[in-house]
Write a protein that binds this ligand. Structure first.
Ligand code: IMP
Length: 180
């Protein structure tokens, strides 16, 4: 549980997210238009709302799978050491794969996960993140598609949590503490 009281200021509206997803899906469809075997991999838990909206907008034959990597726990700082807590159910060798992440922050998580999946010899491996905080990067990683670049703020909503809370907000908001 968060220990200090906070409020949430809206940063990206539900409408703006939906419009951006439409644009992103047009680009993704262009990239994968020749595929009959795209596996869309959601990174749990933060991407569950994003992947749900993304796949419903994608006019492509797809399968959905999930992978869970260790995350922030209950804090606001990355642990940097990435562990796989839940692996994919299916094999991806020879398949086209799109990894879906909520936020690229230090970059450790997606960097680790894409290297891991690449070692399984997919035909094509691409990644998409709804949000990117480039100013926080510690490893040289850039997703193939990004929804929005944001400043160094701690955000919640649209699947993203603060100590497991606020995932169910329909928009992206930033956390503002109301006491020191
Ligand atoms: P990275 O490994 O530092 O790039 O961190 C990626 C993960 O950290 C994301 O998938 C989120 O789970 C978490 N994260 C990064 N920034 C935030 C934030 O502002 N709010 C909530 N979780 C975040």
């Amino acid at each position: 549980m968060p220990t200090r009281p906070y409020v949430i200021d809206e940063m990206i509206s539900a409408k703006a997210i939906a419009a951006r997803i439409e644009d992103l899906c047009r680009e993704i469809q262009g990239e994968f238009k020749d595929t009959d075997k795209l596996v869309v991999v959601g990174l749990l838990r933060g991407s569950f709302v994003f992947i749900a909206d993304l796949v419903r907008e994608l006019d492509l034959p797809i399968e959905v799978d999930f992978l869970e990597a260790s995350s922030y726990g209950d804090g606001m700082e990355s642990t940097r050491e990435v562990r796989i807590l839940k692996d994919l159910r299916g094999a991806i060798e020879g398949r086209d794969v799109l990894v879906v992440e909520d936020i690229v922050d230090t970059g450790h998580t997606l960097n680790h996960v894409t290297h891991l999946l690449d070692s399984r010899l997919p035909a094509r491996l691409k990644s998409i993140a709804l949000l990117d905080k480039p100013s926080r990067r510690e490893v040289d990683f850039k997703a193939d598609w990004t929804g929005f670049e944001i400043p160094d703020e701690f955000v919640v909503g649209y699947g993203i949590d603060f100590a497991q809370r606020n995932r169910n907000l329909p928009f992206i908001g930033k956390v503002r503490f109301t006491q020191d």
